[in-house]
Design a protein around this ligand. Structure first.
Ligand SMILES: CC(C)(COP(=O)(O)OP(=O)(O)OC[C@H]1O[C@@H](n2cnc3c(N)ncnc32)[C@H](O)[C@@H]1OP(=O)(O)O)[C@@H](O)C(=O)NCCC(=O)NCCS
Length: 213
């Protein structure tokens, strides 16, 4: 398990490379479709996504902030029979009876408590927490310093912004954007952008942002 290919040479990619080093990968390269990007931190960008098949024996992870693009690329890698891993920083705390799907990254200082299930391709970012009995859908991003209390369900693609809080027993539908610092105290039943304390729908509620990393 020494060779890891990271797709997406971004700041997020740098954090993932750091975790990869700490968990024992010694041969780390990046792929990125932007030909102008030649390196990511101290690692080389060795080609575009098309080159993935040249690394059949390597492990793969997608380091792209936009949930829909992350899903698309991860699905293509799975279809191609490539091996996607999940990565957990050694300084994250993962309780027993936690399930973590492939392609998910858990950053330093994050805490995931018992009987929580984290889907595929998720980002559980630096110093965030997901408490007991939560169901976190595929490609959800829990941003830096965000906190999800117990028995919360968050459906696929939803992005919980930095420092946001989701109160216990809440359900949030797919494709939502929870603004930085928001406090969600009621179920969110419409795919929408929510801000403030308590969280309320912003403007026309369209999902915004996405390529944020
Ligand atoms: C919610 C968010 C997506 C809105 O982005 P946007 O659609 O571009 O909205 P705008 O910046 O045009 O702001 C629209 C209005 O909402 C307010 N607003 C924006 N984000 C807000 C937030 N998080 N909390 C409270 N108010 C917010 C703005 O001040 C503005 O108010 P105004 O019309 O009175 O001037 C964005 O501000 C946000 O919070 N992104 C999360 C970023 C993040 O957490 N990154 C973490 C990476 S790990």
């Amino acid at each position: 398990m020494n060779n890891l290919v990271i797709i997406g040479a971004s700041g997020h990619g740098k954090v993932i490379a750091d975790i990869a080093e700490k968990v024992g990968y010694t041969d780390i390269v990046f792929l990125d479709d932007n030909p102008a990007v030649e390196s990511c931190g101290s690692y080389k960008v060795v080609g575009g996504c098309k080159e993935a098949l040249s690394y059949k024996s390597a492990d793969f992870i997608v380091a792209i902030g936009n949930a829909k693009i992350r899903r698309k690329i991860q699905s293509q890698l799975v279809e191609a029979g490539l091996h996607i891993v999940s990565l957990v920083h050694p300084a994250a705390v993962i309780a027993t009876n936690v399930k973590i799907g492939i392609g998910t990254v858990v950053m330093a200082g994050a805490v995931i408590n018992p009987y929580t299930e984290i889907g595929q391709g998720c980002i559980i970012n630096t110093c965030s927490s997901v408490d007991h009995d939560c169901q976190i859908g595929d490609y959800v991003h829990i941003s830096v310093g965000a906190h999800v209390a117990g028995t919360v369900t968050i459906k696929e693609n939803t992005w919980v912004g930095a420092g946001a809080t989701i109160s216990n027993n809440i359900e949030i539908v797919k494709d939502c954007m929870i603004g930085a610092g928001a406090v969600v105290v009621k179920n969110i039943e419409e795919s929408s952008t929510q801000i403030g304390i308590p969280a309320r729908k912003l403007g026309n509620g369209q999902l915004v942002g996405g390529s944020h990393l």
